[in-house]
Design a protein around this ligand. Structure first.
Ligand code: ATP
Length: 270
């Protein structure tokens, strides 16, 4: 499948490439017999930030986790439909390679309980980067990209757990970046941080757009408005999450076409 045009959305978001990086077709997620997300079809624009919003339990995290097949590891979790990464079905890709191309950042910073350096060196070794000088170059670059190099360059051998929460989260983003991914999945990456650290991480995410396709789950509508180019709004109907509306961020927040979206972004429901 060739990359899909995003159609009229491109005209409203000149910053974005007019192609889909990920294409979802009739994607459903169920745990055992319980379908929690039903028939989602969506094109994720390349090089842009797409926010997934909606009330608790409508399946945002389940959808995010299905995009790099973390759902493979959840007991009783079944993902139906088709997810394309460019012209390849993700189900046909090697899971390790897929997760190199699609990194994930979680709500709570989760550095490995090792040194800062080892947090970044380990994934590179696991992915077969044998040349030490190349690993060092990529580690420094990733730390520069997240704005940590100058802050902690003299503490690379100290435990990552001694960093502040915000620094730990930036280290986790660096851990994803060091593998040169194409796409970053972020599940409420600022919600466990103090306001100052959250705003540093938010600025960082904004700076990543263009170079990376970012998909971010957030409950913070103001944050979605500030950083996202596109927004997908989910809702729960008859106990199943579904996609209500997808569009350019400005359109979703200022001129939503669906009454449910309008009520949600205005804070009248959910
Ligand atoms: N591992 C699991 N096993 C069984 N049910 C699950 C599992 N993970 C999530 N669920 C259920 O799937 C539904 C969707 O959950 P999910 O976390 O994807 O929603 P969400 O929109 O991300 O919620 P929140 O905004 O609160 O994080 C919920 O009813 C949840 O209880």
């Amino acid at each position: 499948m060739m990359a899909t045009r995003i159609g009229e959305l491109v005209e409203t978001q000149a910053c974005c490439e007019p192609s889909a990086h990920l294409s979802l077709r009739n994607v459903s997620v169920r745990y055992g017999e319980q379908t929690v997300l039903s028939e989602v079809s969506l094109d994720i624009p390349r090089g842009c930030i797409t926010a997934l919003i909606g009330p608790s339990g409508c399946g945002k995290t389940s959808l995010l986790s299905s995009l790099n097949r973390l759902t493979d590891h959840l007991p009783d979790c079944h993902v139906g439909g088709t997810i394309w990464l460019d012209e390849q079905r993700i189900s046909a890709l090697d899971a390790l390679q897929l997760r190199r191309r699609i990194g994930m950042i979680f709500q709570r910073p989760n550095p490995f309980p090792f040194s800062v350096h080892r947090n970044l060196d380990l994934p590179l070794r696991e992915h077969g980067v044998r040349d030490k000088a190349e690993r060092e170059r990529r580690i420094e670059q990733a730390l520069r990209d997240v704005g940590l190099w100058n802050e902690i360059r003299d503490r690379l051998q100290s435990s990552a757990l001694r960093l502040s929460g915000g620094q730990q989260q930036r280290l986790c983003i660096a851990r994803a970046l060091v593998l040169a991914p194409e796409i970053l999945l972020m599940d409420e990456p600022c919600s466990a941080l103090d306001p100052l650290s959250a705003s540093v991480v938010e600025d960082l995410i904004k700076r990543l757009s263009g170079r990376y396709t970012v998909i971010i789950v957030t409950h913070n509508l103001a944050q979605a408005r500030r950083i996202a180019n596109y927004t997908a709004f989910f809702w729960t109907r008859e106990s199943q999450g579904c996609l209500i509306e997808f569009g350019a961020c400005q359109q979703i927040f200022e001129q939503p076409t669906d009454a449910l979206t309008a009520a949600y972004v205005a804070g009248r429901s959910g």
